[in-house]
Write a protein that binds this ligand. Structure first.
Ligand SMILES: [Fe+2]
Ligand SMILES: [Fe+2]
Length: 343
């Protein structure tokens, strides 16, 4: 980042030159953000911007990675072959999302191993929504409809995030998330329109359990959001938590009517003056309890990830051994070609 020459002078002079250079770089960086431009991996960026993004992208990657588990539980119990194929494809998509995002986070200077280690040791967070259990097949549909639906609401603005590798990853992720949301809705609609009374009750029960946790996915209220203002200024977060939550509620109400389910909130009603739906108070104590590691499935989810990582060690070892062998073979072929006389 700095030239060698600058590192040869006395400490104070070096500091002054660095500060002046850094100030100029920072001004250029801020100007680029202000005009709506993108920052690439090799561009200069303030350390705090790098750390903020690294935390956000790795947390997002972990969420996709852990997010395979609740629905993965239902792959073997899907009611039809068609639903099983769809669910397999969706769970596989989530693994792909994690990989795009781990790759984007790696451009900010953290290795995959460091990030996985942070997840497994509990130092890194993932979305708390995945610490709730999936008790019935209807939960799979509701996760698609509400959880993937909330994810889209959160993620579409990230396709315009100022950090270009993250924005590019999000374009691909969002296309797949919208398929996830529709397959969830379609699965619920099939049960509500063609199912038995017991199946309709199962859907309603799943909606009752997932509605409030879905609203919590947008994070704490704007006034309590620690990183909100700075992230907004840097073009990382373009719409606030509360505004996204409101958009989500407004979008879900007519969809719930089409499905024929009741959203479990007595205070939910259209407010003509605001042009939005009013809704009840979120239980933030529950949110913080789950974030703090005391949700129903926190231990189970982390244990499953650690076990998968340990059980898969031989696959990583084999892939590395294969890559080393291949590189050695290619090198030997090159050495041989260099020795052969030119005709
Ligand atoms: Fe995803
Ligand atoms: Fe998804």
């Amino acid at each position: 980042m700095y030239t060698q020459a600058m590192d040869t002078g006395p400490q104070e002079a070096r500091q002054a030159v660095r500060s002046a250079e850094e100030a100029a770089l920072e001004t250029r960086f801020e100007a680029r953000i202000d005009e709506g431009g993108f920052i690439e991996a090799k561009d200069w960026m303030p350390e705090h911007y790098r750390k903020t993004l690294l935390r956000q992208i790795s947390q997002h990657a972990h969420s996709e990675w852990v997010g395979m588990l609740p629905e993965g539980n239902w792959v073997t119990r899907a009611p039809t072959l068609k639903r099983k194929c769809i669910l397999l494809a969706k769970v596989q998509d989530e693994a792909g999302h994690a990989l795009y995002l781990y790759a984007a986070a790696e451009t900010l200077g953290s290795s995959r191993e460091q990030m996985i280690d942070a997840l497994h040791s509990g130092r890194a967070k993932y979305s708390s929504i995945f610490n709730y259990p999936t008790l019935s097949w209807a939960d799979v549909g509701v996760i698609g409809w509400l959880v993937d639906g909330a994810a889209i609401m959160n993620q579409v603005p990230l396709t315009r995030c100022s950090y270009a590798p993250y924005a590019r990853a999000m374009v691909r992720v969002c296309r797949e998330e919208s398929f996830h949301q529709r397959q969830g809705f379609d699965s619920l609609l099939a049960m509500m329109q063609h199912g038995s009374d017991a199946q309709r009750a199962m859907v309603q029960d799943a909606v009752d359990r997932w509605w409030w946790p879905s609203l919590m996915m947008f994070g704490p209220p704007d006034g309590e959001s620690v990183h909100g203002a700075q992230s907004a200024r840097w073009g990382i977060k373009r719409i606030s938590n509360d505004d996204l939550r409101q958009k989500f509620v407004d979008a879900c109400v007519p969809q719930a009517q089409v499905l024929g389910v009741t959203l479990p909130d007595a205070a939910l009603k259209w407010n003509e003056a605001r042009g939005h739906h009013d809704f009840g108070v979120i239980d933030w104590a529950e949110f913080w309890r789950v974030v703090g590691g005391h949700g129903e499935c926190n231990r189970e989810r982390l244990a499953a990830r650690v076990k998968a990582w340990e059980d898969g060690a031989w696959v990583r070892d084999a892939a590395l051994a294969h890559a080393r062998k291949q590189a050695a073979r290619e090198q030997a072929a090159k050495d041989q070609a260099a020795k052969e006389p030119v005709a």
